[in-house]
Ligand binder design. Sequence first.
Ligand code: PLP
Length: 338
Amino acid sequence: MPVPLFATSLDRQMPAIVERLGAVAEGGRYILGPEVEAFERELASYLGVRHAIGVANGTDAITIALRALGVGPGDEVVCPSFTFYATVEATVSAGATPVYCDVDPETMCVTAETVRAAVTPRTKAIVAVHLFGNVAPMAEPRARAGALGDAATFSFFPSKNLPCLGDGGAVTTDDDDVAAAVRRLRFHGSADKRTFVEVGYNSRLDELQAAVLRVLLPELDGWNAARRAAADAYAAEGLGEHVALPVAGDGVEHVHHLYVVRSEDADGLAAALAERGIGARGYYRTPIHRQPATAGFAPAGLSLPGTDEVARTHLALPMGPELSADQVHEVVAAVAGR
Ligand SMILES: Cc1ncc(COP(=O)(O)O)c(C=O)c1O
């Protein structure tokens, strides 16, 4: 039985999506109209924050959030190296200098200790990536960067837990000034479209994607519950006898965007699973502090042992709201049988 890495489907929602896309197409408002406004309200209410601001993608969300917080040239931003490249790319785009910190190889997220080791008097912000659907501990990083207020960023890339049909992203914050700055920066640094007070971006969530996100947001809790049930099924089937299972942070309900296990032979295991039609993949074999474009930000002799360990051993196995009990059984049997 083939098992895809992403066990997701929009089949049930597709009629509603097509209907809404048709209505927006015929309505003639395509940029910063009623769909974006309504989605921003609905997302803010779902998250319990004062402001949600739609932007063009998750990478821009990080750049714009950093700039809205006042981060710029001469400032340092603490970033994990074991994450998607966009974290560091966005920091550099904002004009700041990334400072790499380590992760806990079990949770795959930064910790209070790893952040503390990277903080200097020039630290202006900390990007605590909630990797793979886990939640990084926030209390101490927040206190350290506390003077700035804070913001969270989201990507709605099609594989995400809350997807759209292309690129999309958002910044959320409780801070009115930060929210106003994000709104300006996404529209060329202008609040009124006539006066340009800073050099910003053309980075809007568009009406078509907002309409899709409004159809899908009500599904998110159910989808996340189904992902957790699939993770529980992996554990109940005994997967933990063969590989190290994902570890949620203290008090965290993991939403398993990806189901990432650890194995001393991660690539060998992926190849064996591929032969049986089972999707499996290492995401960040080369961490950002070793990538050609960004290795130069690492001081000589930088040691990130947790990062190097998890970069070598991690492997994403099939996950998604549609992952069936039979598919979980198939994956565990394949992992056990090699
Ligand atoms: C951890 C992380 N940060 C940032 C991004 C960037 O988001 P986007 O692809 O929407 O620009 C991604 C995207 O996949 C991601 O996984």
